[in-house]
Design a protein around this ligand. Structure first.
Ligand SMILES: Nc1ncnc2c1ncn2[C@@H]1O[C@H](COP(=O)(O)OP(=O)(O)O)[C@@H](O)[C@H]1O
Ligand SMILES: [Mg+2]
Length: 442
């Protein structure tokens, strides 16, 4: 079925059956579906304010003055051409880590010329560029200006050391200092003995000392996992000093103010009373997550828009919350590494077959091994398996409970899914080749 709406006037043809051959031509005419801009929305005035990647102006940033100050304190030297302090920001999702880092980076870059310093900034999302080589490539591609340096950075065909060589060259030709933000830095994984997880951090933090470049380099690592620091090798750890800090979740009042500061994403009078506080309340239930709050608010507007209703109400917020939940699961599950997915798959299979919905570690492990067989993958050791179960619980996809068994039974852990098995399964199936659960459970 084709649904183009009505074509431009001179192309309209009332004869049914002719539609298949007549091509719709919108070169000279408005296409009502595509041309309609946001201005025609009866709900949103500036929807971009509610996009997660959008870095809002400073007056829309709420309750992070101290954090901004501290981050600025550590890296402001970059705009004076002296050495900055590298560090890691920890905190749960939606606590403003990315926002604060990007915001301060922009200010450091803008301050550079006032001190005769050429500052480069690079932002790498390590959940996308997840090997040290890809991350290095992304940095040099972001700061290189081929018109100035005379070279392009190819996307393929170069290894880590070549990208780094280009990076040092670019720095020495064009800049005095570089600020690198490595977001979700715990996702960086080397591909083998030739490439270790920490290679990039090591190279960047030692570059000047090792006389690879004259430029000063500051690194801000960002991670949701407080355990990340323990994983770093000693030399990298020492160049990060002891300056790490943790962003805490927002309280309900802060979330309300964050949303208030973006009220003008909507047309005047579109938001019913109580929509913002309700969104904030729903978002602070697990932990004060501003990402969730902004996302729910945007979805609520979209739901109202789809229903052609001119006001956003509490009902829309409820519907939007369900959607936000699904989005979150989709995002989390699709970015999991293979064995985490296999373990989730084991839990899905068990949940579908059993009541109650909690399972002992050993049972989950049995099913997990069967999933591995299917996937022709070698199953991980029990200790690594347990670690991944903990990570899944940390991500709030599953819950782990320590239970004191009955008489003559030792204490043990049980695990359960925190979302509908169906929902999780639908995202797993996009990624694994497993098509049915049959045969996984005897
Ligand atoms: N203090 C704040 N003031 C205004 N908006 C915020 C604040 N903290 C977070 N946000 C918004 O919430 C969303 C998630 O923030 P983000 O920085 O991506 O969180 P994190 O990186 O900690 O997961 C973004 O849209 C961001 O603009
Ligand atoms: Mg972030």
């Amino acid at each position: 079925m084709t649904e183009y709406g009505t074509g431009p006037p001179d192309q309209q043809d009332d004869t049914p059956g002719d539609t298949e051959t007549s091509e719709v031509n919108y070169t000279d005419h408005e296409d009502p579906l595509i041309d309609a801009s946001e201005n025609s929305s009866s709900i949103f005035a500036q929807k971009k304010l509610l996009e997660i990647g959008h870095v809002p102006d400073v007056d829309r940033i709420v309750g992070r003055d101290d954090e901004i100050k501290q981050v600025a304190q550590r890296i402001k030297n970059l705009s004076h051409g002296t050495s900055p302090t590298s560090f890691i920001i920890y905190g749960k999702t939606g606590t403003g880590k990315t926002l604060v880092a990007r915001h301060v980076a922009t200010r450091v870059k803008q301050a550079g010329p006032r001190h005769d310093t050429r500052v480069a900034t690079a932002y790498v999302d390590c959940s996308q560029d997840s090997t040290p080589t890809q991350a290095a490539r992304s940095i040099v591609r972001e700061i290189n200006d081929p018109a100035e340096t005379g070279f392009n950075i190819p996307i393929t065909g170069m290894g880590m050391s070549q990208y780094l060589l280009r990076l040092w060259q670019t720095l020495d030709e064009l800049y005095d200092s570089l600020l690198v933000i490595l977001d979700e830095v715990d996702r960086l994984r080397g591909t083998g003995p030739e490439e270790n997880d920490d290679d990039l951090l090591m190279q960047l933090s030692r570059a000047r000392e090792a006389q690879k470049t004259e430029a000063r380099i500051g690194i801000i690592g960002i991670s949701n996992k407080i355990s990340y620091r323990d994983r770093l090798n000693q030399r990298v750890k020492s160049s990060f000093g002891t300056n790490d800090f943790v962003f805490s979740p927002y309280d309900q009042d802060q979330l309300t103010r964050i949303l208030e500061a973006r009220r003008d994403a909507f047309r005047p009078d579109v938001l019913s009373d109580g929509v913002l506080p309700k969104t904030a309340a729903l978002s602070s239930r697990e932990h004060g997550d501003a990402r969730r709050a902004v996302r729910i608010l945007r979805h609520a507007g979209e739901v109202a828009e789809q229903d052609n209703i001119e006001k956003v109400t509490g009902d829309h917020v409820d519907q939007a919350r369900q959607r936000a939940e699904v989005d979150r699961v989709a995002e989390l599950v699709s970015s999991l590494p293979p064995h985490s997915r296999y373990i989730l798959h084991a839990l899905v299979a068990l949940t579908e077959q059993n009541r109650p919905d909690e399972f002992k570690t050993a049972l989950v492990h049995d099913v997990y091994e069967k999933v591995c067989d299917r996937e022709a993958a070698t199953s991980l050791s029990l200790s690594r398996f347990r670690e991944i179960l903990d990570e899944l619980a940390f991500l709030e996809l599953t819950e782990k409970k320590h239970t004191g068994g009955g008489k003559n039974q030792g204490a043990f852990n049980v695990h359960k899914l925190l979302y509908d098995a169906d929902v999780i399964k639908s995202y797993l199936l996009n990624r694994t080749s497993i098509e049915t659960r049959q045969g996984l459970i005897d």
